[in-house]
Design a protein around this ligand. Sequence first.
Ligand SMILES: *Cc1c(COP(=O)(O)O)cnc(C)c1O
Length: 350
Amino acid sequence: MTALPSQGLLTISPAAVVDNWRLFSGLGTAEAAAVVKADAYGLGADPIATALVQAGCRTFFVATLTEGLALRRLLPQPEIFVLNGPMAGEESCYADHRLIPVLNSPQQVILWQAMAGLPAALHLDTGMTRLGLDEADCSLVYGLNLRLVMSHLACADDPDHPANRRQLERFRTLTTAFPGVPRSLSASGGSLLGAEYHFDLLRPGIGLYGGNPIPSRPNPSRAVVRLTVPILQVRTVGSGVAIGYGEAGRTTTPTRILTLAAGYADGLLRRLGNRGAVVYEGVVLPIIGRISMDLITVDAQALGKRPVNVGDRVELLGDQLEIDAMADAAETISYELLTRLGTRYQRVYA
Ligand SMILES: *Cc1c(COP(=O)(O)O)cnc(C)c1O
């Protein structure tokens, strides 16, 4: 199925996700899981997890119980860890659907001690102060059937940050209390910091979806998404003409303005007004004026006199426009960009 002529088209490549997953599983001897929370970072957990299972991925992480239930309905086999962990009243839901909770707090540990040996993962706080048990809480931990002991790095996107090594040492120390239990410290960024950060299981997310886990280095991941939207109108205007809401854009020469069929309701963050860019047939065109809910305007001056037609497609994300570049222009990160791509695009998995 392709998009209607007036509709944006989001092409998502499960094969590229699989290639990116193989990159993580090939880093060393650690198993690579796949983090598919938030509907696989907005790209569609069902087709992506299906492709990953076919490629040999055996372990998945989601954030919420609801996500875990949906993934279990789709995939009967793999281990599914639920990062946010259980609240009272949800125990049988985990048991009935063979979902493994990550126990992040003393309360969750106590809740699971009553569950007669059902499997769990344990999250240790090594310095992020978000979720996880601290050293004092660890003395509470007995009588659990632990499948995994894990922690999470706060600064893995910055290889030179001293917190990485501090958390690594802390993880080594705290996990001596759990001999024989498989260990997992690293998401995408940490996985690329070297073998000492690997332990037994890697938990890549963004690196599977084409984001660059360590922005100061070249991106090792393949692009996964391509986004094109049609031109709704081509206007020829003079110099000094106001463009869009608040008259926030203004032409500086005679030019053509292209109005495109997507806006902030489609995840084109409003911060991209007068900052972002799009690509038409290989030529980069700057966004001019504010981003509207359903529309953006671009300045086609760089096209000179080349013909441009209503219905032609303009690329917003793809090989020439990486998600990290658009995220940068919007003063955010690729994670937020991907999870905000709206529901109005025609999505094609190919
Ligand atoms: C989201 C998340 C991941 C994946 O992180 P990326 O940076 O996207 O690779 C791994 N572990 C935990 C605990 C997470 O919350």
